[in-house]
Design a protein around this ligand. Structure first.
Ligand code: HCB
Length: 213
């Protein structure tokens, strides 16, 4: 891995805002791929921050600050993502939200951003979304796909309940799930149709599903 990418990882993991912004500008100036920065380096750093929180090295305030720095970095990176991913074809509706009991929104918002860049109309329901709100939005907007996000293992029952309520209500949309609480295996267990590890994969899967795949 290049030195500048290593600096991006270290700066974000160490909550060094200035160091991160400087490394990002340098990386973008030297042509480093924006997806590698966001989905490999910055995502790795957020996981590392989670690990430091788990071991007691970081506190809740550090997680909040990390989220703030991440969002600031995204404001620099988004135009590069737009250049790389933009496709203005109109491709249909996706309803997306973080399930009830969970307020993590960075990953879900990244999925929303990429889908919008690829031409999807995204109805983003936000965070801590109760199952009934997913059902109401699905009935109103008739999406082909509903996306659920969950980072807390304690939110997995909410994912299961939301999927059950969508099915009970006869919503025909395929359901994709993602977020640190889920895996291919848990996705199957809670009754989801599809699972994505990151936003790029989510978009590929949604596009394939829209094409009938
Ligand atoms: Co939070 N938190 N947190 N947190 N947090 C995690 C998630 C832990 C894993 C940290 C840890 O202990 N290792 C942990 C959960 C442990 C567990 O349940 N097993 C945890 C905890 C415990 C908590 C609190 C309970 C802490 C407390 O209060 N004591 C609390 C819960 C609040 C609540 O939700 N009710 C809490 C709070 C917070 C904030 C608010 C301080 C802050 C979030 C701010 C925000 O989102 N605006 C926060 C943060 C930042 C994190 C970590 C450090 C980073 C999350 C993140 O943004 N990652 C996280 C550590 C980790 O995840 N390993 C930690 C970066 C994004 C880009 O990755 O995985 O979210 P992503 O999204 C990807 C991918 O999953 C996929 O695409 C995205 C882009 O590539 N994807 C989807 C996501 N959603 C998808 C949906 C689809 O349909 C398809 C694909």
């Amino acid at each position: 891995m290049s030195e500048v990418r290593r600096r991006i990882r270290e700066a974000l993991a160490n909550l060094d805002r200035e160091g991160l912004l400087e490394a990002l500008r340098e990386a973008l100036g030297s042509g480093v791929d924006v997806d590698a920065i966001v989905f490999e380096d910055m995502s790795w750093a957020m996981d590392e921050i989670g690990r430091r929180f788990e071991t007691g090295e970081y506190f809740l305030a550090d997680l909040l600050y990390a989220a703030e720095i991440f969002k600031e970095a995204m404001r620099i990176l988004e135009p590069y993502m737009a250049r790389k991913h933009s496709d203005r074809r109109s491709r249909g509706v996706v309803v997306l939200g973080t399930v009830k009991g969970d307020i993590h929104d960075i990953g879900k918002s990244l999925v929303a951003t990429l889908l919008r860049l690829r031409g999807f109309q995204v109805i983003d329901l936000g965070v801590d979304v109760p199952p009934e709100k997913f059902v109401e939005a699905a009935k109103k907007h008739k999406p082909l796909i509903v996306g659920l996000s969950a980072l807390l293992t304690t939110a997995i029952p909410s994912v299961r309940e939301t999927i059950a309520k969508l099915r009970e209500a006869g919503v025909p949309a395929r359901i994709i799930v993602g977020g640190a609480a889920l895996s291919e295996k848990t996705a199957k267990e809670v009754g989801a149709d599809l699972y994505a590890e990151n936003a790029v994969q989510a978009v590929k899967i949604v596009e394939k599903t829209m094409r009938g795949g």
